[in-house]
Write a protein that binds this ligand. Sequence first.
Ligand code: MSP
Length: 531
Amino acid sequence: MDKKRFYITTPIYYPSAKLHIGHAYCTTLTDIFARYKRLRGFECYFLTGADEHGQKIEKNAAAAGKSPQQFVDEIVEGFHKLWKLLDISNDDFIRTTQDRHVKVVQDIFSKMLAKGDIYLGKYKGWYCTPCESFWTDTQVGPDHICPDCGRPVQVAEEEAYFFKTQKYVDSLLKFYEENPKFLTPESRKNEMINTFIKPGLDDLCVSRTSFSWGIPIRENEKHVIYVWLDALTNYITALGYDSEHPELFNKFWQDPECETIHILGADITRFHAIYWPMFLESLGLRKPDRELIHGLLMMRNSKMSKSKGNVVDPYPLVERFGVDAVRYYLAREVTFGQDGSFTPEQFVERSNTDLANALGNLLNRTVSMINKYFGGVIPAYQGRLNSVDGELESVIQTSVKQYENLLDDLKITEAITAAMDIVNRANKYIDETTPWVLAKDPEKEKELASVMNHLATALFTAGMLLKPVLVTASDKLFAQLGLNPEEVSYEKVYDVTFLGGQTVNKGEQLSPRLDATIEVPFIQYLMAGNQ
Ligand code: MSP
């Protein structure tokens, strides 16, 4: 970790319908990463936003009897509400309909046109006349059917602008070679090369005339800029690229001291890994340092999507179970980079096993024992009195190291497991040291004090490591240990001796135990569309 600061982004989401738990997954992971970097003392700028143009939005708005702007305004209002509820700590929210974006995208287009990287040609595709839409081979499938209305489509042509990808292929391959950490997981690089680049990359269509809800091209007003050139550039327009205020852009994009990181789902890798670096090169700008690609959340073997109607709305889930349970589930249950599935049973089970039983009980028991045996004051560090003290301390120290190494590589799931290793080891430590037996023997007071001190340290360390995930529970845990959540610093995780003298406060349960017979059917009810 040799960079001074970080720029971290989510994809910008389409406001064509409400967001589902898959989108919440992506934003929550990004938020955890941003919070972790800040916790470690780094300056970090975190961007999310909305990708508001395109034919689908134009159509959905018309179907709802609204203007496209009115339609996206309402949906984006819902984005803000959801991110607030999930305690997402973004520094800015970009909307592609904002002037700061529109103007700069038009400039970018003009620059590329003037440079000869964009030319006017003909777009050939499958056209559905009643829907007035072009579709790709994959979208129409072998039967050549419109994915929207189910009617047959015909081959048609329209005038369109194209970006010359071939001009940049060699330098993209060189960039991959020289920057092995650019794509995570690394396997994505071979996928890009073998599936898209080697078979011959077509020039990318960057304009359309068949709909009007987009950014008009100044040089030819019947065209609007087609989606990816408009969408991808959000990452730099939000920072003030090409504006009167380029300070953030210089600091968080162009400065090599800043690590730029895009977090995105596997379905949009191609656009970020191939076209985005090409656009940037065309503009003479730095390329992103890293792209971290996560898997998709499925609904029992089938991809969750708005069009399939098998969507989990995160909003009622957070309202009922709290922000920590939902964030923890998302970060812990699905291994980063792999696909995962959301099931109500696993949700309830994960919350009960890890949060209510392992962490919540450890805190309850520890605070109760410190109250009972030491009048509520955490005893000072007594040294390593025996091998179990030593073992617990070394689990704490190793877990901290592992956690940092893992999270620096955005291995969130494994990093959480490392933090929970401390909790699990501490629970075992209670069974091994049997404090209730020590308490009966006045000669064992020092040992008992050591046990209480070690338990409090284990809890503090786990709470600090989990803080980017458990945005409310960690602070409650600190408060119960008599620490001021505002004042306690991350650096203390390296010091197993600092606790002692704090007065514990027995508070409410960190995370209530959920009754599966009630909560599983409740979530199933939500998933059936009853929200
Ligand atoms: N607007 C484009 C992105 C432009 S970025 C310059 C887009 N929007 S989207 O709303 O369809 O999806 C945004 C992100 O949400 C993608 O990274 C996508 O992978 C993610 N997800 C959508 N459904 C998802 C799941 N079921 N699971 C995990 N992530 C999901 O694409």
